[in-house]
Ligand binder design. Structure first.
Ligand SMILES: O=CC(=O)O
Length: 328
């Protein structure tokens, strides 16, 4: 009996995507015939009509007008991760193509990084590591005092699935939790986390010892935290960003860190990524930086591919997708 033909899935490249996700290859190949952008461009005439789905990994391939125009049978674009700020949603929807992200897969590991950064900043882990490993420093750091996390107030801006997971973790550290969100989330307050809703972001900024940014980047959240917002924060407070770099006005942040407006910052995201090597944020002692590690774990990476595949298969069968993204 002849094997049924598998739908054609376009990915960016084997080295980039499948080099990282080598373990996922058998799973992807069970469901799709995979082609890379290079193969597609080399044999466009034949492959154009075959591609039905694109799996974007780390924002690639770039989905632009030209690509969409050349794929008449494209039904779905599945993007890895939760953020969709790299996608032109209107353009894609205009071609009748559906879109999905993978919010369920990434929420726990991204929340973990947020809490890891919070703890690292509070307890001076990076500095401590440098002291402990430097041959030039006196080893016993008896005067190296950090801040207590227990009993401190955490303000979470963006109570989506990641914000909620952060709140759950912070509760275990006996933190007081405030949150600001477009909509009040009554069920979360009543369930596990007892977080207090701050309708005004200003109230959250003024009261928090740690401010955690977990919002999506949208035109409304672009530079949400600027000079004015930083000045509302306590001089003893720390800003943690695990969302997107441009949710913060980085120049205003540098100034606030240099002048003691806030105590410190811990950033998993910046703009651009990576920062130029002469960027002032790299020179400040009260800054912890990580290279967008949010969802980078072995298991989460695999779960991202599973969630993407689930979405793609649903779209190809004309069914509701578990994490469909709509353009509004
Ligand atoms: O940055 C990572 C994501 O959007 O999930």
């Amino acid at each position: 009996m002849e094997e049924p033909e598998l739908p054609v899935l376009l990915v960016d490249e084997v080295g980039g995507l499948l080099g990282v996700l080598e373990a996922h290859l058998p799973f992807l190949k069970k469901h799709f015939h995979l082609i890379t952008m290079k193969e597609f461009l080399e044999n466009k005439a034949c492959l154009s009509i075959k591609v039905e789905a694109i799996y974007m990994w780390w924002h690639r391939p770039v989905i632009d007008h030209e690509l969409l125009k050349s794929l008449p049978n494209l039904k779905v674009v599945a993007s890895s991760g939760v953020g969709v700020d790299h996608l032109d949603l209107k353009l894609i929807a205009g071609f009748g193509v559906r879109m999905a992200n993978t919010p369920h897969a990434v929420c726990s590991s991204t929340a973990d990084i947020g809490v890891a950064l919070l703890l690292a900043a509070a307890r001076r882990l990076v500095e401590g590591c440098q002291v402990a490993t430097s041959p030039d420093t006196e080893y016993f750091p008896c005067n190296m005092l950090g801040d207590d996390v227990t009993g401190a107030t955490l303000g979470i801006i963006g109570m989506g699935s990641i914000g909620y997971k952060i709140a759950l973790r912070a509760r275990a550290f006996e933190m007081k939790i405030l949150y600001h969100n477009r909509n009040r989330r009554k069920e979360d307050e009543e369930l596990a986390v007892s977080a207090c809703y701050c309708g005004k972001i200003e109230d959250l900024l003024q009261q928090s010892d740690f401010v955690m940014l977990a919002v999506s980047l949208t035109p409304q959240t672009y530079k949400l935290i600027g000079k004015k917002e930083l000045e509302l924060m306590k001089p003893t407070a720390t800003l943690i960003n695990i969302s997107r770099g441009s949710v913060v006005d980085q120049d205003a942040l540098v100034e606030a860190l240099q002048t003691g407006v806030i105590k410190g910052t811990a950033l998993d995201v910046t703009y651009p990524e990576p920062l130029p090597r002469d960027h002032p944020l790299l020179k400040l002692r009260n800054v912890i930086l990580t290279p967008h590690l949010g969802s980078r774990t072995h298991k989460t990476t695999y779960m991202i591919t599973e969630e993407a595949v689930e979405n793609i298969l649903a779209a190809l069968h004309g069914l509701p997708m578990p994490s469909e993204v709509f353009s509004d």
